[in-house]
Ligand binder design. Structure first.
Ligand SMILES: Cc1ncc(COP(=O)(O)O)c(C=O)c1O
Length: 407
């Protein structure tokens, strides 16, 4: 008997506990590069988290599937955190659910069905988004069990490529309900996307298309609060998840002023619902986490400084030794690309990494042998608890592994 796991080099690993920067497999500690797939900016079992759980008990918070003061307070703190930009918040339990509901809102308001996604963006394990672009940018299904009709209402444009995106968008502009994008992507985190995001925003404004930013990873993790705030952009709808909940399963759809009004003006309302939507436990943990991060912004600054240090040291080593890899980062999210060519999107990454599959697995196993947990999806995170000593350890082992397999 077993539970269904994704394939991956770590499919035999069973984590038993975690503290600070370490996860434990059996009794052995491993330096974590996943932090709960980016949910734990404050580290494992942080003091903050423990205090929140203690407060949860002392306030006798149970699970209310009814409107509650904690969801109300959370809306207020989110409203302030994003400087009043979002007028309506919808609470969900996962990033995927938030994506699904944001798409429903976009279709209801626009009264159109065509959704555009951007190559390399991950929007969760949803039937309508388990597609990758073919060479000619046609959506190709990446899973069995997906109904064929999903690709009728989907177009894909290439991330960070304005010319090619423009050609596709111009062709379909009158039919598009929304463009959804992970503004900074886990598959290639880079600061160099502002121009592309601005282009999408202008195209959407001009053609009355709804722009959805999926900031499941970047929301709250970004020093300014989000990518839209950092780059001064104005999406119609944004999605937040992961570290916004400090470990609790909660995600948020934020709708801006203009589209909140349109949502209220609809003749037939958009139907939502969910047993755990806006549940008091998750709402309380999320509220306390955001308040803590808001009042301790230097934590984000420090994690970002450490991430930058790790990236710079490894890249300097790679360059000096002419190895075939390069580290990319955005705030405290990192990715090692197993090619030293300068690239701008996942399509290029996949092409260059195509022949490296075996070496990539060997590299991950090498790190695992050296007590470093490298998540199989390759999206790496540091946290408040990744100390400078941890960083130096990571740098030395990663450089050793890259020398072994990517000369
Ligand atoms: C940008 C983005 N959107 C959506 C999701 C889906 O979130 P969840 O796994 O909570 O459903 C993820 C998860 O990795 C993500 O990174």
């Amino acid at each position: 008997m077993n539970y269904l796991l994704n394939e991956g080099y770590e499919s035999n690993i069973k984590v038993s506990k975690a503290l600070g920067s370490k996860i434990y497999i059996g009794k052995k500690p491993y330096e974590d590069l996943s932090y709960g797939a980016g949910t734990l900016l404050l580290g494992h079992n942080s003091k903050v988290y423990k205090n929140i759980i203690n407060n949860l008990k002392s306030k006798k918070i149970s699970n209310y599937a009814a409107p509650n003061i904690y969801a109300e307070r959370l809306s207020k703190v989110l409203y302030n955190y994003f400087d009043g930009y979002f007028k309506k918040f919808l609470f969900c339990s996962t990033g995927s659910e938030a994506v699904l509901k944001s798409i429903r809102i976009a279709k209801a308001i626009s009264k159109k069905d065509l959704i555009v996604t951007v190559s390399g963006s991950w929007h969760g394990s949803l039937d309508q988004f388990l597609f990758f672009p073919s060479k000619s940018m046609r959506p190709e299904c990446m899973s069995s069990g997906i109904s064929k009709f999903y690709n009728n209402n989907l177009k894909i444009i290439p991330y960070n490529d304005i010319n090619k995106s423009n050609k596709i968008l111009k062709k379909f502009k009158s039919k598009i309900a929304a463009i959804i994008i992970e503004p900074i992507q886990g598959c290639l985190p880079t600061e160099n996307a502002k121009k592309y995001l601005l282009y999408l925003q202008k195209f959407c404004d001009k053609n009355k298309i709804i722009l959805i930013f999926d900031e499941t990873i970047t929301g709250v993790r970004t020093y300014e609060g989000s990518v839209h705030k950092k780059f001064k952009l104005s999406p119609s709808i944004s999605i937040f998840g992961k570290c916004i909940g400090g470990g609790a399963p909660i995600s948020v759809v934020g709708v801006n002023k203009k589209f909140s009004k349109k949502l209220l003006d609809l003749k037939k309302r958009v139907y939502f619902g969910g047993t755990f939507s806006a549940n008091s436990t998750s709402a309380f943990i999320c509220y306390e986490t955001i308040n803590f991060i808001k009042n301790n912004k230097k934590i984000i600054k420090n994690v970002n400084l450490k991430t930058n240090y790790v990236k710079k040291e490894i890249n300097a080593f790679l360059k000096k030794n002419n190895l075939n890899a390069k580290v990319y980062s955005f705030e405290s999210m990192l990715r090692i690309v197993f090619s030293n060519e300068e690239i701008i999107n996942r399509t290029q990454r996949d092409f260059l990494e195509k022949k490296q599959d075996l070496n990539i697995i060997k590299f991950k196993k090498f790190l695992f042998k050296n007590n470093i947990y490298y998540p199989s999806n390759g999206v790496l995170f540091l946290s408040k608890d990744t100390s400078l000593i941890n960083c130096k350890h990571l740098i030395s082992k990663i450089c050793l592994g890259l020398t072994k397999y990517f000369k």
